[in-house]
Design a protein around this ligand. Structure first.
Ligand code: DX5
Ligand code: ZN
Length: 219
């Protein structure tokens, strides 16, 4: 079944714990933690202490950490210690890819690489057999609430086809940015199986309905 990972960037930070509990109760499979350093992307969001607090109070949740930072390698260990279960870093960041994947695995987390809209799908192919997930950005990273870029669909399909050709049937493909009940179906059809949705879940009048709609199911 398709997994839903609500991005906490769209939450009301004055009641973050309650809001995360709400989306988990609504059927979300994990929590997407968008970390921005004001350097890799033109925005600053949140970091290690926030993840640590969430993990302390909601210890059973699965933390899907999306690092939009210039030097991910430097921060793998502290994010893992703070409670990350899966760590995604950008292929366009400055850290050596192999070392960063190894550091994530050594820290006991699942590893994922993300590509921005202008990075071709082929750029992740050399790393596919070492990754648990690939994240295809369907907006320019940095801000929530942007419109979905259709160009992500082709990239998802190319990565899914390559993974199948390599026998990597367990590889997850995540899509992030502008995913809502209208754009979700095409993502799944292209081969995505983890949908990140910020606004579409946290700002929904009925989060349970929103999660079900994203999955293309009845609530
Ligand atoms: C963008 C972030 C996304 C974003 C998604 O840089 O990586 O996770 O918050 O938000 P929506 O679903 O509102 O586009
Ligand atoms: Zn994200």
């Amino acid at each position: 079944m398709v997994k839903i990972s609500p991005s906490i960037l769209a939450a009301d930070f004055s009641k973050l714990g309650e809001q995360c509990e709400m989306v988990l109760d609504a059927g979300a499979d994990m929590l997407h933690i968008d970390v921005m350093d004001g350097h890799f992307v033109p925005n600053i969001s949140l970091g290690i202490p926030v993840l640590e607090s969430l993990h302390n109070s909601l210890s059973n949740a699965f933390y899907d950490v999306h690092l939009m930072i210039t030097d991910p390698l430097k921060y793998i260990e502290p994010f893992a210690k703070a409670g990350a279960n899966l760590i995604t870093f950008h292929l366009e960041a400055d850290s050596p890819v192999q070392q960063t994947i190894d550091a994530i695995h050594q820290a006991g987390c699942k590893a994922a690489v993300s590509i921005k809209p202008n990075t071709p799908a082929q750029d992740v192919f050399p790393w596919l057999d070492q990754l648990e997930m690939v994240l295809v950005m369907s907006v320019e990273p940095g801000f929530g609430g942007q419109a979905f870029m259709e160009s992500a669909l082709d990239k998802i399909a190319q990565i899914r086809a390559k993974a199948q050709q390599m026998g990597l049937n367990q590889l997850m493909i995540q899509v992030d940015g502008g995913v809502n009940p209208t754009t979700a179906a095409a993502c799944v059809k292209a081969g995505a199986d983890v949908l990140v949705a910020g606004s579409a879940v946290f700002r929904a009048a009925q989060p349970k309905q929103a999660v079900a709609d994203l999955r293309g199911q009845e609530a």
